[in-house]
Design a protein around this ligand. Structure first.
Ligand code: ZN
Length: 149
């Protein structure tokens, strides 16, 4: 099995059996995001405690890349501090621009999406969940959930 095939398997697995699908009870941070170019939709719920992402859940529909990416993201960021989560968003975004991630392991299964960088039209699909995460962390900070407590 080639690396591309292996990555494809990982992506399909997350698409067919999404991790952390669903919603969180209040209090939560909820972000609605969409990628009209492809028709992807995503609702991301975050539970934040003490400057960390304690829980993440998502609901959505759209292409396999967008939904698999959301599933991978919710796994990768669980328990991470806001700063660590933002670092992962930057790493994932760099990867989508064709750069090698500094530490692919940090992205968990998300590193399987590396090949998407070759398909510009799909990059927005892959980034949808990660941009929603960044937005959620910004909102958490505005609400006073400092990560310097
Ligand atoms: Zn898409």
């Amino acid at each position: 099995m080639s690396l591309d095939e292996l990555y494809r398997e990982v992506i399909l697995d997350h698409y067919k059996s999404p991790r952390n699908r669903g919603e969180l009870p209040e209090p939560r941070i909820r972000i609605e995001a969409a990628n009209p170019l492809c028709g992807d939709e995503l609702t991301l719920d975050l539970a934040v405690r003490d400057g960390r992402v304690a829980e993440a859940r998502f609901n959505g529909r759209g292409c396999s890349i967008s939904q698999a990416s959301a599933s991978m993201m919710t796994e990768a960021i669980k328990g991470k501090s806001f700063g660590e989560a933002e670092h992962l968003v930057r790493e994932f975004t760099r990867m989508m621009h064709g750069e090698e991630p500094e530490a692919p392991d940090e992205l968990g299964d998300g590193s399987a999406l590396q090949g998407v960088a070759k398909y510009p039209v799909r990059i927005k699909c892959a980034l949808l969940a990660w941009n929603a995460l960044k937005q959620g962390i910004d909102e958490a900070r505005e609400k006073g959930n400092s990560d310097r407590a």
